[in-house]
Design a binder for this molecule. Structure first.
Ligand code: PHE
Ligand code: NA
Length: 514
């Protein structure tokens, strides 16, 4: 146990840090991909149900568990969970959560490093005069680290290491550093997000249609928002929806516990948790679905989007869009968009460092410096393979096992702990103590019955999907598609000039003649 020496500077600082933790690459890059891969409108209903009966309850559980543990001087998930129950078991479950953070940070920081590199390439004008195919191809060669043609040898690895160094440095400054980054990043992020969303919405409808030969941005939106009821019984879709809700709310890993451990004992939880949650959902559902999907569908067609949906989609499309705005605007837009993604990313990856640092402090009384650098080192060891073997699809495996399955497992266990071992009576009192709003009483029963049952069902029924994932059926789907597909919309000029040259788990690679 350690003594409480740090706390949040202000309520605004806390809210922004918690919102910064939640709002991340998940909102702009992961949500659209998950939605597309799970049937668009078929995904949205499970997604919203999961938000209401699992996301919100888990926010309450994690905020209140964190504040509860912090009261006795604990700042890490193992110690916080341990303070809620007798027996060592819960401490080990907390440790499991810490390793999830390291595994997620490993690939998350890789995407974050792309955003840094793309800010750089926007400034130096790498994308000017590139065709849509070349912009898309740039990303392919960037991530193919062995034969990088970006001008800098092993560029992807270099930016990855710079990104980890930056995270480590800020983490070594403690809570104050995190709060400062959130105060600068969050307002910037929201303002530019709104501008781009408006632009995304008006694509293909305002005389810009010469850029889109036979595809339309609205196709993307319709696909996302036309509800489909037939996949409501598919466990795969429910696992993906629950996984996305947890990922995007930063639930199921222990980061919220750690942030909340620095609350004062009478501070509000209820209103804070709900505000951070709804703010995240606004950014995700509104901004997250108005930017990448419509724009990618506008240029490349919905078919391309469906078959190539991945974290890279925004990198393969947005720089080309910005070029259409003229070369100086293109620089500004590129810096703002990739800067927005960078701030979204770093305020989240910093959060992933806190459970490890808190644990090293609680357990061994390690300094912030030691905690931060050891975290950076572990992430590097876990992450380098995903960088080097990106084309082999290792990255997607991390996202599935660490970024989806582990979160659901952890969320299930902590709900059982909260409702049945700590006890719902104490738990409900804890959530409501100091509350600035009155939470509807039905949530007490949701937390007690609905949340754990739905979690158990999702976990058990998705086991066949786990087996599928191990057998990598995804690559087979893409191989099949590659044979059928002739890249009609792909070069942005309507020319049927692409040939499939390579298929990997992440993408179908084309070659083009100019
Ligand atoms: N919520 C973050 C996002 O949407 C990711 C994250 C998950 C951050 C878990 C911290 C903990 O990008
Ligand atoms: Na999020």
């Amino acid at each position: 146990m350690s003594t409480k020496t740090e706390s949040w500077g202000s309520r605004v600082g806390l809210i922004l840090a918690m919102a910064g933790n939640a709002v991340g690459l998940g909102n702009f890059l992961r949500f659209p991909v998950q939605a597309v891969q799970n049937g668009g409108g078929a995904f949205i209903i499970p997604y919203l149900v999961c938000f209401l009966v699992m996301g919100i309850p888990l926010l309450f559980i994690e905020w209140s568990s964190g504040r509860f543990g912090g009261r006795s001087g604990n700042h890490s998930t193992p110690y916080i969970l341990d303070s809620m129950a007798k027996g060592r078991l819960w401490k080990y479950i907390g440790v499991f959560g810490i390793f999830t953070n390291i595994a997620v940070a490993a690939y998350y920081c890789y995407i974050e490093s792309w955003t840094m590199s793309y800010v750089y390439h926007s400034i130096v004008g790498t994308f000017s005069d590139m065709s849509q195919a070349q912009v898309a191809g740039f990303f392919e060669s960037y991530t193919d680290i062995a034969e990088s043609t970006t001008g800098i040898p092993y560029e992807a690895v270099i930016f990855y290491i710079i990104c980890l160094l930056l995270n480590t440095f800020i983490l070594s400054k403690g809570l104050g550093g995190i709060e400062k980054v959130a105060k600068i990043g969050m307002p910037l992020l929201i303002s530019f997000g709104v501008i781009l969303a408006i632009r995304g919405l008006t694509l293909g409808t305002s005389g810009a249609s010469d850029i889109f030969p036979d595809a339309n941005a609205w196709d993307g939106l319709n696909f996302l928002w036309t509800p489909q009821f037939d996949s409501l019984t598919s466990p795969k879709v429910w696992l993906a929806a629950a996984g996305q809700i947890f990922f995007t709310l930063s639930v199921g890993m222990g980061t919220i516990h750690c942030y909340a451990a620095y609350l004062k004992s009478k501070d509000d939880i209820a209103l804070n948790a709900v505000s951070a949650g709804f703010m995240n959902e606004f950014v995700e559902v509104v901004l997250g679905s108005l930017i990448v999907i419509p724009i990618a569908a506008g240029y490349l067609g919905l078919d391309w989007v469906i078959q190539n949906a991945g974290f890279g989609m925004a990198f393969q499309t947005m720089p080309y869009l910005f070029q259409q705005w003229g070369s100086s605007l293109a620089i500004i837009a590129g810096v703002c968009w990739f800067g927005l993604l960078f701030f979204a990313g770093i305020t989240s990856s910093l959060a992933m460092g806190t459970p490890w640092m808190g644990f090293m402090k609680d357990e061994f009384n390690w300094s912030k410096n030691k905690g931060a650098w050891s975290f950076g080192g572990l992430v590097l060891i876990m992450g380098l393979p995903t960088v080097i073997f990106y084309k082999e699809g290792l990255f997607d495996q991390y996202d599935y096992w660490a970024g989806t399955v582990s979160l659901v497992v952890f969320a299930f266990l902590e709900t059982v702990l909260f409702s049945y071992i700590f006890g719902i009576k104490k738990g409900w009192a804890e959530i409501n103590s100091g509350a600035d709003i009155k939470i509807p009483r039905i949530y007490k029963y949701i937390i007690l019955i609905v949340t754990p049952s739905l979690l158990a069902w999702v976990l058990i029924s998705s086991i066949p999907d786990w087996i599928d994932k191990v057998k990598d059926n995804d690559t087979n789907n893409k191989e099949w598609f590659a044979k059928e597909f002739h890249a009609e919309n792909f070069d942005g000029e309507g020319k049927n000039s692409g040939t499939v040259v390579e298929v990997s788990a992440n993408a179908v690679k084309f070659s083009f003649e100019d």
